[in-house]
Design a protein around this ligand. Structure first.
Ligand code: PBG
Length: 325
């Protein structure tokens, strides 16, 4: 036998030398929920180990993240009051705006990203303005742009629209540019599937649609070529980074988007992915740490340059230990 693939697996040093996937803490983004109130640090029932923080408590979490080497955060706001047009999403003293101000003040070196969407802020739980029972695409665009602008004005370094309306990248880019924010990047949730994996998030954010589902705007998970259509359109409209979401069941899509475009690709390991690992580990069925390492690596191996994950702190620790990376 001339070829013995096992030769390169004989010891840890060698195995590490020939690793094909390299990753780094600088590519991790942690999603964080902020809510109204004072002194609140409320564990999310379906996401053990994840919390909703009031703005005064949130800096303690930021401190822990910085300590772990995670310097990027994506903010989700949970308002006290919701209405039909999600006005809390673009209010100057809205929950997420207050969070950006506080974060900039307390941790000026952290990189702050805003999830731009309406579902946490609308009384009906849909990601846009309704006309009858249907989400009105073009009407929603002006709101999304307004939300993005208000987040940037409050201190967001980057905005990430997750609504899946057509044309929103262009709408947001135009309004940011008109207001002088030429250098603020947009990370588009370009390829976002209608997924049961968002279940725990909707519980966390109280954002489940009051009727119907999101299938008229989020993508059908049977489709792969359509992912390219969405990705290429968003690049054309000015998206700086493309995201695929969820991550684990969509590794083929991550690979494809990576090959077909020349912008950085992000993947979001969503709430359901987190919840499944936590539940399986709590039952003693799986080894949480080992599974988290393997899942994270697979996302990078598929082609992701950036990984949004509730496990960010943990993964950063594994990278420090040299367990992965
Ligand atoms: C807002 C939004 C959602 C998620 C990110 N942004 C929920 C949804 O689309 O229903 C899901 C994140 C997660 O499940 O961790 N539209």
């Amino acid at each position: 036998m001339k070829n013995r693939p096992r030769r390169l697996r004989t010891g840890a040093t060698l195995r590490k030398m020939v690793r094909e996937t390299r990753m780094d803490k600088s590519s991790l983004i942690y999603p964080l929920f902020v809510r109204e109130g004072n002194g609140v640090e409320e564990e999310i029932g379906t996401m053990p180990g994840q919390f909703r923080y009031s703005v005064d408590r949130m800096p303690y979490k930021l401190e822990a993240l910085v300590k772990a080497g995670v310097s990027k955060v994506m903010f989700f706001g949970i308002p006290d009051h919701k209405d039909a047009c999600g006005s809390g999403a673009y209010a100057q003293d809205g929950i997420v705006q207050k969070a950006f101000q506080k974060a900039k003040e307390t941790f000026p070196d952290m990189y702050l990203i805003g999830d731009v969407c309406m579902c946490e802020y609308t009384s009906h739980g849909h990601c846009g303005i309704l006309r009858g029972d249907y989400v009105d695409n073009d009407k929603t665009l002006e709101y999304l742009a307004k939300i993005a602008l208000s987040q940037v004005q409050a201190g967001a370094d980057m905005v990430a629209p997750s609504d899946m309306m057509d044309g929103r990248i262009q709408a947001i880019r135009s309004l940011l540019d008109e207001n002088g924010y030429l250098e603020t990047p947009i990370m588009s949730y370009a390829v976002k599937y209608a997924s049961a994996f968002y279940g725990p998030f909707r519980d966390a954010a109280g954002s489940a649609p009051a009727f119907g589902d999101r299938k008229s705007y989020q993508m059908d998970y049977h489709n792969r070529r359509e992912a390219l259509k969405e990705a290429l359109l968003d690049v054309e409209e000015g998206a700086d980074i493309l995201m695929v979401k969820p991550a684990l069941s969509y590794l083929d899509v991550i690979s494809q988007v990576k090959e077909a475009t020349n912008v950085p690709v992000a993947a979001y390991g969503v709430s359901g992915e987190y919840a499944m690992v936590k539940a399986g580990a709590a039952l003693g069925y799986i080894d949480e740490d080992a599974i988290v390492c393997e899942m994270a690596t697979s996302v990078y191996r598929a082609g992701a340059d950036i990984f949004l994950t509730y496990f960010a702190e943990k993964i950063a620790g594994f990278m420090d230990e040299g367990r992965i990376g």
